[in-house]
Design a protein around this ligand. Structure first.
Ligand code: SF4
Length: 371
């Protein structure tokens, strides 16, 4: 891995200065969006058809993220997450535009209130890179669905007036597409609400646009901390030198880092891939929090793995990496049922209160439960 993705920048950016490359605004403004922007890659026939059949969910890839693609490999796990594919046009009968029923649990525009004590607060519908597996592809990337200042005010009013809300998760899109000033205004307003005890921020910027984690942003997060930052690394190749710096800045700002990976077929659906990612995350102070089953968003069946795959991965991780490296394998139930955790079955037999467990090596151990 080069010291900076600048050293590996794609050919359209050979004349770009290092200063420009390290600017998050430059990165954002120079995202690759059209099929012709990817002329430097030998696009596969399936990717070309993906561009030709693109629906409302747009394409955007930061130069930084593109620099991490494996050269000449259409199976590159990062390229597959970012470039459209003809398989996106196949919609299964069970797939849903809003798989988690976020819109029907929306008391005011911009807030999903499903669990009594928590709300999802949508502050932006933009992201540096549009992940092809996105749950919210129905609205993310659509400029018409962006959160207006009036909507954000309405959401804050709802949180202020709903005393049961202890935990607010800033989401989107990606909240870090907002300017520092707008983000600070939201954090400051939330911190003034006495019943809001926990503030979380879901962002993929440490992965796709780590230059966004500036000293200034880190200072803001520190001022309103503790902030729980949930990021979204899916593959070890995404942990660039710039990502390491971003995670260090976030840690130094006192944020609590957790990773929510999505299990994706052909991208990270193996024990080795998850193990490698989680080891690297732990080295960088970011705890693997969730491994999410791919949900029922439309046109993503080519990414979906059988449930057993996730259970088997968790089973294989146990005993081979410390508990901190083992995320919860979670299914977000379609229709808004909420999250459930799936775990391997460690009970081999049970007779009354006599149980035989198996350990990570498959050895049997008797246990007597209390009455
Ligand atoms: S960063 Fe998150 S919200 Fe944005 S496209 Fe990716 S998965 Fe969707």
């Amino acid at each position: 891995m080069p010291q900076s993705t600048y050293n590996n920048r794609p050919s359209p950016f050979l004349k770009t200065s290092e200063e420009e490359w390290n600017s998050w605004i430059w990165q954002h403004q120079n995202r690759l969006k059209k099929e012709s922007d990817f002329d430097w890659i030998d696009l596969s026939a399936e990717e070309k058809q993906g561009f030709e059949n693109l629906g409302d969910f747009r394409v955007a890839v930061t130069p930084h993220y593109a620099a991490l693609f494996e050269e000449g490999n259409p199976e590159c796990p990062l390229r597959k997450q970012a470039l459209p594919h003809i398989a996106e046009s196949s919609i299964e009968s069970y797939e849903l535009a809003d798989p988690l029923a976020e819109e029907s649990h929306m008391p005011v525009p911009g807030i999903t209130h499903r669990y009594p004590d928590r709300v999802l607060f949508y502050v932006s519908h933009h992201c540096p890179v549009y992940c092809r597996h996105c749950t919210r592809k129905r609205k993310v990337s659509d400029p018409l669905s962006a959160a207006s200042s009036m909507q954000i005010e309405g959401s804050l009013k709802y949180i202020r007036e709903t005393k049961s809300v202890r935990d607010v998760l800033l989401s989107g899109g990606d909240p870090l597409t907002l300017s520092d000033e707008k983000l600070e205004a939201i954090l400051s307003a939330l911190r003034k609400i006495e019943h809001v005890e926990v503030i979380r921020l879901g962002t993929r910027n440490p992965v796709t646009l780590p230059q966004r984690i500036t000293e200034n942003l880190a200072d803001i997060l520190k001022r309103y901390g503790p902030i729980y930052v949930h990021t979204h690394f899916n593959h070890v190749n995404e942990i660039s030198p710039e990502s390491r710096l971003a995670l260090t800045r976030l840690r130094n700002a006192g944020t609590v880092l957790g990773n929510q990976m999505v299990l994706l077929k052909g991208i990270n659906d193996s024990v080795e891939s998850v193990m490698e990612l989680n080891r690297e995350l732990l080295k960088n102070g970011c705890r693997p929090y969730y491994m999410l089953q791919c949900d029922f968003a439309q046109g993503i069946s080519h990414f979906r793995t059988p449930l057993q795959k996730g259970i088997d991965i968790i089973d294989a991780l146990r005993g081979r990496i410390g508990g901190m490296g083992i995320p919860d394998f979670v299914v977000d139930l379609p229709g808004g049922g909420g999250k459930i955790e799936l775990v391997p079955d460690y009970i081999q037999s049970r007779e009354g209160n006599h149980i035989v467990f198996r350990n990570f090596q498959g050895q049997s151990f008797p246990y007597v439960d209390v009455d």
